[in-house]
Design a protein around this ligand. Sequence first.
Ligand code: BGC
Length: 514
Amino acid sequence: MPAVGIPTSGSNKEYPGNLTPFVTVTCIVAAMGGLIFGYDIGISGGVTSMDPFLMKFFPSVYRKKNLDKSSNKYCQYDSPTLTMFTSSLYLAALLSSLVASSVTRRFGRKLSMFFGGLLFLIGALVNGFAEYVWMLIVGRILLGFGIGFANQSVPIYLSEMAPYKYRGALSVGFQLSITIGILVANVLNYFFSKLKGGLGWRLSLGGAMVPALIITIGSIVLPDTPNSMIERGDRDGAKAHLKRIRGVEDVDEEFNDLVAASEASMQVENPWMNLLQRKYRPQLSMAILIPFFQQFTGINVIMFYAPVLFSSVGFKDDAALMSSVITGIVNAFGTIVSIFGVDRLGRRALFLEGGLQMLLCQIGVAAAIGAKFGIDGNPGELPKWYAIVVVLFICTYVAAFSWSWGPLGWLVTSEIFPLEIRSAAQSVNVSVNMFCTFFVAQVFLTLLCHMKFGLFIFFAFFVVVMTIFVYFMLPETKGIPIEEMGKVWKGHSYWSRFVDNDDKGDEIEMGKSN
Ligand code: BGC
């Protein structure tokens, strides 16, 4: 008997269409929506390790870090306001992604992207000119609103524009620009931290205006997706547009399926309540569990706090910032592996390999840090080889995340929702993602202080759980047109019990109704 979950029902529909230059350029521009998210992830950790920034806004942390040499390294950054600075953004993003659901559905994907860019732009300005802690927090909240809108709409936009055979590769563009955003932020932090006075952190925070402008302007020039045009009643326009995107005249089959999906979608009055229906249980479970697992890989411990973490394990400030540049480079290159692998090897293979690799590295880091620091957290001078081993483990871990849970956390969730619940389900995905990011950011410094190296074991536990989950519960979605996706649940030994074969709405979703 085949193992549960292994089924990978191939699609029997083959919509004609090419990877046209038009769709490629469009997807590259839209994917840049990930830059604002990435820039932000990368910038906050570095800024919070800059002394002029700490002196101005968080003097008690500054004192603990620089003046009190005897203090426990694991605990030197443990400050509630500093943590609030990092994590306020994620709560704001959570709220705005819920609002973005209606905007994306009623007014199209482009408008949500536009709002995303604009709010982020204002937030960056407020932060760059901040004089008081409250200005920092208000700025972060605005950035968060922007990210909520962008992360809600960009993945949907990409998965709807892409021809299904290339959907993985084009959608991973979103993650690639997240990682480029992180890397650029890491490099800027490294150089700006050398500037005297407060200029460094102001430039780092204010620099967020650049990616914000890119997505704001990008969203104005981008075309809407055919799915969204149909959803808003413009069928003729949508068909002509679909021909242009796919580069062929014969788009009837795909177009009819889009129309059928849209009709099913129109029967739905309240997408939120609809999500709770039994037949959407597989999708709802994934919309909650995938982002939860993505964050409980522990990746953002590295992304937000790499400089803090590296300086906690004894690196000098400069070396700590440099090491985060290194992890940033690994993160971006690893994502490119995913772009090439995701439509060939499939989603499951990347998830499973990535999970295993992360697990081994987490055990390695915990052992290395634990052996050196023990439980009192005072290592004395660290030998160079030791620092290199820790960085190597961390890089191998980041590489694994960057071709598995990083891109797939956004890709799989953007492709499994039928149109009638797509926007709401994507909001659930973003909200859960942001909530878990918030949670990890909020508790990490305290956990590091109390659990010490055991923290890495804590995340390793979740990596084991999520890898088993993928093995048994996540069907393969590679090469299946979005509007045909319903069949992957029907072919799955567990999820099939939720999907009612005779349900009319479901048939429309599958594109079989006329
Ligand atoms: C995650 C972020 C993470 C980033 C790292 C994204 O997919 O959602 O939380 O910081 O990957 O590259």
